[in-house]
Ligand binder design. Structure first.
Ligand SMILES: Cc1cc2nc3c(=O)[nH]c(=O)nc-3n(C[C@H](O)[C@H](O)[C@H](O)COP(=O)(O)OP(=O)(O)OC[C@H]3O[C@@H](n4cnc5c(N)ncnc54)[C@H](O)[C@@H]3O)c2cc1C
Length: 342
């Protein structure tokens, strides 16, 4: 094996995933730059093994041990690069904590990321599922990223178009992007910032706080307060945030459902489809607060599955399957999990 790679063997991953699910990695490497990935590729044994790129482990569900190399993205650093077309370009390394990075931009007086406050995980993972919250998605403030291609050994720069961002989706989740390891991400933050209060909950919070024209930091603080009220803190109770994506159905399907369920929560999409609130569907099926073994549905938010203590990946999968079956039977809607199953 390569003499310069500082590998750990049989590494426990329990504390590297926010669900706190026990799992182990055959090999584990903290990655701070492209050189280590060059060395890994060049190694005849290691280079042939399956790889898992790991950030904060906040969007993963381990269902087994990982029989390969875990690449734990650990590069740190952030900098303001300058201005371009009325936007300020800010770059951060993949291993930077996402929320700390958002705070850093707000402290610099830069708006744009405030609606994405308090999302767990790393900067490098934000483009993977085009992280979004409260009406803002990564793609709205994205400039470019640098990625290492494990197939070719090249370092590539990808712009927003290359990344093929969509709802909780990007090239990195598809076959032609799976070999890409994100090393750093550059964001373009608007100089003529205006608050994005399209989400009623956020607009109401601003109004209740008497903020007529809030600053980016004030919006960030409102988002934090809402999230702390609604979502379990992974430091206290294991979870991976929303466990299912909000399903998108045709306008006809939505109309049929509305005839039967007049309170159905739905949001019209620009392409004429309708996005349904997965949490509402699960709640209506009576799952809120219920559990199966050590896996449960969070009492305050039916979209979040939690580890009640000692859950294994298969416990969470069993609960998820039961919920999917109920929602399918009642609404004819297939719920798709948001976290990546390993
Ligand atoms: C309480 C809670 C609330 C959440 N709220 C939201 C929310 O509001 N909106 C939202 O979108 N998500 C939310 N999430 C999900 C999660 O925080 C995000 O998906 C986050 O971006 C995951 O980052 P991570 O570093 O933990 O990624 P990980 O879980 O480590 O990895 C996720 C995926 O990205 C890949 N990956 C990670 N880093 C890289 C890299 N550098 N290069 C290539 N691939 C990489 C991994 O291989 C894996 O497939 C929430 C999670 C929790 C626990």
């Amino acid at each position: 094996m390569h003499p310069h790679l500082f590998l750990v063997h049989d590494q426990p991953l329990d504390s590297f995933n926010t669900f706190r699910i026990p799992a182990r990695a055959r090999h584990y490497l903290r990655v701070t730059g492209a050189e280590q990935l060059d060395q890994l590729r060049a190694d005849p044994e290691l280079g042939a093994l399956p790889r898992l790129v790991l950030g904060g482990g906040s969007n993963l569900l381990f269902t087994r041990d990982f029989d390969g190399v875990v690449l734990h993205m650990s590069g740190l650093g952030r900098e303001i690069l300058g201005e371009q077309d009325g936007r300020v370009l800010v770059r951060a390394q993949a291993g930077e904590n996402w929320h700390a990075f958002v705070q850093y931009t707000l402290e610099q007086g830069l708006g744009g990321l405030e609606n994405l406050s308090l999302i767990p995980g790393t900067v490098g993972a934000a483009p993977i599922q085009n992280v979004g919250a409260y009406g803002t998605e990564t793609k709205d403030v994205f400039h470019s990223l640098t990625a290492y291609d494990m197939d070719s050994g090249e370092v590539r720069v990808l712009d927003a178009q290359d990344c093929r961002f969509a709802y909780r989706d990007s090239i990195f989740k598809h076959e032609d992007g799976r070999a890409l390891v994100v090393l750093d991400v550059t964001f373009a933050l608007p100089k003529d910032w205006a608050p994005n209060l399209r989400y009623a909950e956020l607009a109401n919070a601003a109004r209740d706080a008497g903020l007529e024209s809030p600053t980016p930091r004030q919006v960030g603080a409102l988002v934090e307060a809402i999230r702390r009220r609604k979502l379990p803190d992974p430091a206290e109770i294991g979870n991976a945030g929303s466990f299912f994506k909000n399903p998108v159905v045709s306008a006809e399907h939505c109309a049929r459902l509305l005839a039967q369920f007049p309170n159905l929560v739905h949001h019209a999409q620009p392409d004429g489809t309708e996005k349904l609130a997965a949490g509402w569907l699960i709640d209506q099926c009576g799952w809120k607060g219920r559990s199966m073994g050590a896996a449960g549905v969070y009492p305050k938010q039916a979209l979040v599955l939690v580890n009640l203590g000692g859950a294994r990946g298969e416990d969470v999968v069993r609960l998820a399957r039961a919920i999917q079956a109920d929602v399918e039977a009642r609404y004819g809607v297939a719920l798709e999990p948001e976290p990546v199953f390993i």
